[in-house]
Design a protein around this ligand. Sequence first.
Ligand SMILES: NC(=O)C1=CN([C@@H]2O[C@H](COP(=O)(O)OP(=O)(O)OC[C@H]3O[C@@H](n4cnc5c(N)ncnc54)[C@H](OP(=O)(O)O)[C@@H]3O)[C@@H](O)[C@H]2O)C=CC1
Ligand SMILES: O=C(O)C1=N[C@H](C(=O)O)C[C@H](O)C1
Length: 266
Amino acid sequence: MRVAVIGASGRMGKNLIMAISDMQGVSLGAAILKPGSSLLGADAGEIAGIGKLGVPAVASLEDCIDDFDVLIDFTTPALTLQNAAFCAQYAKAIVVGTTGLNDDEKVQLEGFAKQSPVVFAPNMSVGVNLTLKLLATAAEILGDDYDVEIVEAHHRHKVDSPSGTALRMGEVVADALGRDLKECAVYGREGQIGPRTQKEIGFETIRAGDVVGEHSVWFATEGERIEIVHKASSRMTFAKGAVRAASWLEGKQAGMYDMQDVLNLK
Ligand SMILES: NC(=O)C1=CN([C@@H]2O[C@H](COP(=O)(O)OP(=O)(O)OC[C@H]3O[C@@H](n4cnc5c(N)ncnc54)[C@H](OP(=O)(O)O)[C@@H]3O)[C@@H](O)[C@H]2O)C=CC1
Ligand SMILES: O=C(O)C1=N[C@H](C(=O)O)C[C@H](O)C1
């Protein structure tokens, strides 16, 4: 399976190149950078700091259309949609890790998935996808007597909030409790807010330093609190999951998939 990485010089892009070079059954077919990047033409392996791989970085998907079977995209919502459109048009699979897509952008992505296979997940780590299962079970057992709060922390460079992982965690808990997250979510609190309502799900965001990605879900009631916590210590955990998803897509029919499909957790 030949894999292309777009945003190849990014925090995730470099880890993806490393993960591809470490994994059996996949090879780096192409590395794509922003047009005008000073790194255009540089060897992708050297961009990632792992030595030459013989894959020069190019400025567009068109420049490498015959060099890959699946694209891995950890970039921005607008670019991701352009890339998904390209993959739909040219029968390429795509793994989307990008977060911060709004509802309309997610609908557009689902439209492209009608033409080519897409894995879309806000967190590609095995640990978070296991945590999602734990959260559903905890919510089903604990029910409405436990107040739910979700705290997430990331590095100072992250541009979207709350994290896609936190939102997914909120969706899983809300679904398990028979709630609509759009109705019960509370994003940040300040001023004379009054007592919390029983069914609200609160989100708190921390942006500081070099935190890779930490999520804590509180289930709190009179007398006790259960916290389910996931802490990532390296972006390699996300990269390995993404490359596993890329390999999993080989031979798949068009459609929208997530990491629960890739990890057989459904
Ligand atoms: N699903 C998951 O498991 C994870 C998801 N993410 C998500 O992935 C996304 C990226 O995160 P991160 O890697 O930290 O961000 P970075 O900003 O480090 O990487 C994004 C990359 O995209 C590049 N880029 C932007 N525009 C273009 C373009 N037009 N053509 C080619 N490349 C372009 C940027 O280039 P330049 O630097 O030149 O601007 C940059 O290298 C975020 O949405 C984040 O939330 C992150 C980790 C895990
Ligand atoms: O931006 C990041 O770094 C991360 N973003 C993802 C998210 O928004 O959930 C996944 C991970 O937590 C790292």
